[in-house]
Design a protein around this ligand. Sequence first.
Ligand SMILES: *Cc1c(COP(=O)(O)O)cnc(C)c1O
Length: 375
Amino acid sequence: MCLVSGQVPFIDFSQQYQTIKDEIDVGLKNVFQKGNFILGQEEKDFEQHFAAYCESTYAIGVNSGTDALYLALCALGVKAGDEVILPSHTFIASALGISYLGAKPVLVDIEEQTYNLDPQKLRAAITDKTKAIIAVHLYGQAANMDEINAIAKERGIKVIEDAAQAHGARYKDQRIGSLGDVACFSFYPTKSLGGFGDGGMIVTKDQAVYDKVMMLRDYGRKGRYAHVIKGVNSRLDTLQAVILDAKLEYLDEWNRMRAEKGAYYNELLTGIPGLITPVTVSDRTHVFQTYAIRVKNRDRVLDQMQARGIGVLIHYPIPVHLQEAYADLGYARGDFPVSERLGDEELSLPMFPHITGEQVDTVCLTLKEIVSVAA
Ligand SMILES: *Cc1c(COP(=O)(O)O)cnc(C)c1O
């Protein structure tokens, strides 16, 4: 997958595909012949492998990461009028599931260092209506889960991990996906474990949540004909499961390659005036789903990088509280200053497991030239 053509693409998964091509070809043909496209044995196998990978108990395949969040909230009993807390700097999908249920997203600013939910600011956002907290592990590094879990436990609130950007990352030697009550993953093609289409997964150790989501994703069904709740249709295709299962075996290796390139970027870019490199907290690993820097005059730097053939993107220019879709929440500019600063300054550099050292050199040389002029 090549998102931006040019000297250095933002993402290029062609070498990744070569590694798993034979296995995928055989696996897909097998499914074509068997015709078990919906909830086939291969899908169940992948759920088991993914639950084990996350060092958790249950995994349930669904349509997307967005649906995973929606169904997890639903299974935890979140309903109209409830409040759910999440960070203001995240992909909008983190908030959408809350809205589908008629509940209210309550936003909290992020930490200056990790760009994740700031536990210091979390306590003040909790009310009697708060039912859950969504902790997003943004860019590939876990949120401060010990502090978030401690505050949640004190108040009897559930914790959902939005793990869509951090498959395989560790927090104090535990895998993300096993750190809250429920974890939600996305297999959107550009994620570090990505399918050849949409997909998602809910991971939990809680059997009641597992039982509920198993029904919810399949028309609220228990058995073939009995429908005990009003469910939806949100399942992971057997074909996607075959692809994802083949990729899962390489995920740790590919994450290691990302981390290596992240460290190389840091080495080349640290100490440049006007440029802030990502920080990895000592008690966790960073899997660099995104290599996010901060830079002054970001929009000018972005345009010039693109003009010189370097694939760069912004994650994300508009924080959730300033999105038109969420104008009804009544937030204004100035409410979440750290998120707003990220929105103005963040720049995502090319990152994928097989990016070469020479490609990173090219990106950094180009960036240094542009920044020294733009400053
Ligand atoms: C990608 C993403 C989602 C949504 O996943 P989809 O599979 O695209 O629906 C949710 N949260 C975060 C943080 C994401 O990056």
